[in-house]
Design a protein around this ligand. Structure first.
Ligand code: SAH
Ligand code: DHB
Ligand code: MG
Length: 222
């Protein structure tokens, strides 16, 4: 049996248990496909992991960089208390339109603030407004800015906060690829920062899905 076939069967089994059919989430993925958005959201099991972790740390304020259609954001928002808040940043208006409709569909729009524009600008604006520290940050947008996003999240999160970065393995390219690939270079630099900044404690979990080899970096703000 080929590895990819085994990964696919195992994914079906695990999703059947841990991420069972959910009409809202099915409608979210359908809306993304119909709008022609790229199929690059977290997998259902990964999104459930974000929900479990946000709940476990009792997160009340969560930052997400990279909204897409709102699939990961809905999972994060579902972990929030009623007075909690997810701030999610998206540069593409078309993605943001789809996501806003999906937050409403999921009944979490009251807990979600979707900010449009380049995330570095939105973060600068948030800092200028003196935003409260975050309990959790999920970084999943343009990889060239991963160091900027990690630095910002480090400065603006409470002690004990959790920072997660997606796509840190990229099929092994982050370990073996050239720094001339800006996404590889940006991700590698963020991993170095996570490893070397004394305020941070970090690890990486490598993942397989139906066909991809990738991973997530988990960082605790000391
Ligand atoms: N977190 C989502 C997937 C995000 S895909 C999920 O798991 O459901 C990455 C998203 O980041 C895309 O929607 C893309 O438009 C957005 N993005 C890319 N560059 C960006 C930037 N500079 N600022 C804000 N968003 C950006
Ligand atoms: C891409 C971006 C992502 O955040 C992801 O999870 C997968 C792919 C991309 O830009 O190709
Ligand atoms: Mg991603």
């Amino acid at each position: 049996m080929s590895d990819t076939h085994l990964w696919s069967e195992s994914t079906d089994f695990m999703e059947g248990l841990m991420a069972p059919a959910d009409p809202v989430l099915e409608a979210v993925q359908r809306s993304a496909d119909e709008a022609g958005l790229p199929q690059i959201s977290l997998s259902p099991l990964q999104a459930r992991l974000m929900q479990v972790l946000a709940g476990a740390i009792g997160a009340r304020r969560i930052l997400e960089v990279g909204t897409l259609a709102g699939f990961s954001g809905i999972h994060l928002a579902r972990a929030l208390p009623v007075d909690g808040k997810l701030i999610t940043l998206e540069i593409d208006d078309r993605h943001a339109d789809v996501a806003q409709a999906n937050f409403e569909r999921a009944g979490v729009a009251d807990r979600v603030e979707l900010i449009r524009g380049a995330a570095v600008d939105s973060l600068e604006q948030l800092a200028a407004e003196g935003c409260e520290p975050f309990d959790m940050a999920f970084i999943d947008a343009d990889k060239v800015n991963n160091v900027n996003y990690l630095k910002w999240a480090t400065e603006h999160s409470r002690s004990g906060a959790l920072i997660v970065i997606d796509n840190v393995v990229r099929g092994g390219q982050v370990a073996t690829g050239s720094d001339e690939d800006p996404s590889v270079a940006g991700t590698r630099a963020a991993l170095r920062l996570a490893a070397e900044d004394d305020r941070l404690e970090a690890t990486v979990i490598q993942t397989v899905g139906r066909k991809n080899f990738d991973g997530l970096c988990f960082i605790r703000r000391k």
